[in-house]
Design a protein around this ligand. Structure first.
Ligand code: MN
Length: 231
């Protein structure tokens, strides 16, 4: 290739790279396709896009290591069983409370919970929802601020590892917490939004200050568009 041609081609590639970066975030670089029927869904944003509230380092470990390991373990523990042919939600439901399937449940539920958690956040999120969801929060909690306070306090009240959720149950909105891998899916509740309060979700960025993390989630990350779509 002549030098002038090379420069033209190189400039073309540079233009493509710039255009692509503006349109869509690059896929997470650390994650290979999982071997088995259960896959690690792509993150809805790039690692750095939730900064400064969640660092790229935290998100990279949380998604690329923790979430991926749950997927890998689920594939390993269901290999050669009937469970491997089922949708993820069915695996969660069928193994809940079954003592000898605890390892399958823990990994299946953690895969589901984390996928839901990533969708529960967005760059530029937080603040108040609008429309029907806001009206229902006001009705069931007495106001958005009262809901916000309940969500944060419930996240703090979860002793050890777990999750805080906004769910619907019997037509009403509720805030609930679950321990470890437990999930509202198996308690007759429909999740709208969740925040992961396991230490791995915030320790690199907030150390032991879980309250600061849950407040940052509520005020700067919560994806109310996603939550409203679950109603
Ligand atoms: Mn987690």
């Amino acid at each position: 290739m002549k030098r002038r041609e090379f420069l033209t081609v190189a400039a073309g590639y540079a233009g493509l790279v710039v255009a692509r970066a503006q349109v869509a975030p690059p896929p997470h670089p650390a994650v290979a396709a999982a071997a088995g029927p259960f896959a690690l869904p792509p993150l809805p944003y790039a690692d750095h896009q939730l900064e400064p509230y969640i660092s790229a380092r935290t998100l990279s470990f949380h998604y690329g290591k923790h979430h991926k390991t749950y997927v890998d373990n689920l594939n390993k523990f269901t290999a050669g069983t009937d469970l491997a042919a089922l949708p993820l939600e069915d695996v969660v439901q069928k193994t809940a409370g079954v003592v000898e399937k605890a390892a399958v449940f823990n990994n299946a539920a953690q895969v589901w919970n984390h996928t839901f958690f990533w969708k529960s956040m967005k760059p530029g999120g937080g603040g108040q929802p609008q429309g029907k969801l806001l009206a229902q929060l006001e009705k069931d909690f007495g106001g958005f601020d009262a809901f916000r306070k309940t969500f944060i306090e419930t996240g703090l009240a979860q002793f050890g590892s777990g999750w805080v959720w906004l769910v619907t149950e019997g037509g009403a909105l509720k805030v609930v917490k679950t321990a470890n891998a437990d999930t509202p899916l198996v308690h007759g509740q429909k999740p709208l939004l969740t925040c992961d309060v396991w230490e791995h979700a915030y320790y690199l960025d907030y150390q032991n200050r879980r309250k600061d993390f849950v407040e940052a989630f509520m005020d700067n990350l919560a994806n109310w568009t996603f939550a409203a779509a679950q109603l």
